[in-house]
Design a protein around this ligand. Sequence first.
Ligand code: F6P
Length: 281
Amino acid sequence: MIEGDFKALDRNAVSSIIQKGGTILKSARSDRFRSVDGRTQAAIRLREAGIDSLVAIGGDGTMRGALAFHKEHGVPCVGCPGTIDNDLYGTDETIGFDTALNTALVNIDRIRDTADAHNRLFLIEVMGRDAGFIAVHSGIGGGAELVLIPETLTSMDEVKEKLLNLMSEHVRSSIVVVAEGDELGGAGQIAEALRKDTSFEAIDLRVCILGHIQRGGSPTARDRVLASRLGKSAVEALLRGETSVLAGISNDNVAFTSFDVLNQRRMTVNPDLVALCDIIS
Ligand code: F6P
């Protein structure tokens, strides 16, 4: 918007994209859009191009930006929740989460094969910024022996105790799923702390950071349906004259939540799932 780099999304432009990862829009976080000047520049460019409303796709930062933009320039904006982190209030699920989760899961399964074959302990770091959704869901799906997330405080002593108990039970392999935002640090830092402890000397310990592979690849069917459904609903909302609302999904129905509300709340990991991690580990 700031550069005025617009492209009409006609039938040709959007045909054969549903199976692709990433974004054909090339939209990304923008420092310039965080400033009043940057947003003013964007509004000028929009007006020049005859564009009268916006669908903002992204996470909480995007929705905050869209709200500021609407307040400053009066351009109607409707949001679509797009982030692998799944941490946006106003929707049961964000677009991209299911794909990222399944990518993490497939890779945890693969790592489990090596862990099993060589009796290893793997610390696998997954994305999610400061939210533990990918970690909890992939941890449960991958049968992780321990899941560490920013939402719950687990001390290093508790981690050690849990792992030493597992080893004394002759568990063949162990997988610890670590959310990148966990307060103990990433998987690398936790491994470093374990390696310094003589009780772990005999353990064949490895670290694997899944990283950006979680942000790419062909979307799952669930994500494709969710994106199509919410995209349609966002456009319809703009045509009805609505603004500053997020088109989200709630109990399998499209539901709209105002930006003001969602910017004040945080989506939290279901405590039942956190408890389940402990039970199955
Ligand atoms: O917010 C989505 C996310 O993928 C986070 O899970 C992760 O921390 C971050 O973006 C990575 O951002 P970047 O690609 O800028 O390193």
